[in-house]
Design a protein around this ligand. Structure first.
Ligand code: PEP
Ligand code: MN
Length: 337
């Protein structure tokens, strides 16, 4: 249920509603808006009677939320959520581009990639220090040394850092270095990790599980928000289908569907979505046209030498060429880059 306050409701009236919700044994979530404050209620098993709240001073109405996801739904919050990633806004009018290598491999590699993507117009640097690899014999990432290199690249270029946290053991450390914590596709439903992300309060990039429905994905985001962290962006990175010509099937349907169901920003990862360097630009352009709030793209100074995902990584020159196209498409949908 959502309790919507009148535009002129006082702080004391909001507090009284919060108190009433607590006294009934449920959890209140205040959602301040430009026009008015609303208070989401979670923790109730069945439907609540709107009269419980509508009689309180300052309350305009109490609305039942029909979706199973509550706090992330547009029903509960109509306005787009704009994340603040150390000063970079995600979810506002400006399109955000995150780019960099799949994995951090060395000081030279990450600095070269960072300088190149910065020069082409990216505002965030991606790079994994903890890598979820299908085979235990493949490169697993540089761990904390990799995080230190990302921090160095941030210092030099001013790019904000997005990097993956794989488990509870290393989450706090990763969050210390990162401006935004990436939760990989394979961990989308790692509920203990999601709960802890709620408590940590760093912006989160929540990737879609390879076989997760949009509803399951939104429920995963709900975990983070319900545990106290509203700074979540959703990242479409392709789903597993019967198609074998591409690594995954980038589900661009998800972009407009999500934009209608949730107020959270939507980022698209065409690199993992299609998995083939030659086709990454086409899907990046399509994502922007479909209404994505940002892109995350793998770029490597020398893709053929990459320790992971070289086959889908753009060269710095290819990335610069793509950025020029992205600016044109973004302009057509009225978004600056
Ligand atoms: C990555 O971003 O390099 C990655 C491992 O992504 P995903 O979790 O989407 O496979
Ligand atoms: Mn990768």
């Amino acid at each position: 249920m959502l309790v919507v306050m009148k535009p002129n409701a006082t702080e004391a009236q909001v507090d009284a509603v919060v108190e009433r919700i607590r006294s009934l044994g449920f959890s209140p979530h205040a959602i301040p808006g430009a026009q008015r404050t609303a208070i989401g209620i979670t923790g109730n098993k069945g439907g609540l009677d709107p009269a419980l709240f509508e009689s309180l001073p300052g309350v305009r109405e109490a609305i039942r939320v029909s979706q199973p996801f509550k706090l992330v739904s547009r029903e509960v919050k109509e306005e787009d959520t704009v994340l603040d990633v150390s000063g970079v806004a995600i979810g506002g009018r400006r399109l955000v581009v995150m780019a960099g290598p799949c994995s951090v491999e060395s000081r030279e590699q990450v600095l070269e990639a960072a300088r190149a993507v910065k020069a082409a117009g990216a505002t965030m640097l991606r790079g994994g220090a903890y890598k979820p690899r299908t085979s235990p014999y493949e490169f697993q990432g540089m761990a904390e040394d990799g995080l230190k290199l990302l921090a160095l690249a941030r210092e030099e270029t001013g790019l904000r850092i997005v990097t993956e946290a794989m488990d509870l053991e290393t989450l706090a450390m990763v969050a210390d270095y990162a401006d935004m914590v990436q939760i990989g596709a394979r961990n989308m439903q790692n509920f203990s990790l999601l709960k802890q992300l709620g408590r940590i309060g760093k912006p989160v990039l929540l990737k879609r599980g390879p076989s997760a429905t949009i509803k399951e994905w939104l429920m995963a985001a709900e975990y983070v928000v319900a545990h106290g962290n509203g700074q979540v962006a959703l990242c479409e990175r392709g789903i597993r289908t019967f198609e074998t010509a591409t690594r995954n099937t980038l589900d661009l349907n998800a972009v407009p569907v999500l934009k209608s169901l949730t107020h959270l920003p939507v980022i698209v990862d065409p690199s993992h979505g299609i998995g083939l360097r030659a086709h990454v630009p086409a899907m990046a352009r399509a994502a922007v046209a479909a209404g994505a709030d940002g892109l995350i793209i793998e770029v490597h100074p020398c893709p053929e030498k990459a320790l992971s995902d070289g086959q889908q990584s753009l060269t710095p020159e290819e990335f610069a060429g793509l950025m020029a196209q992205v600016r044109i498409i973004a302009g057509a949908v009225d978004r600056p880059v």
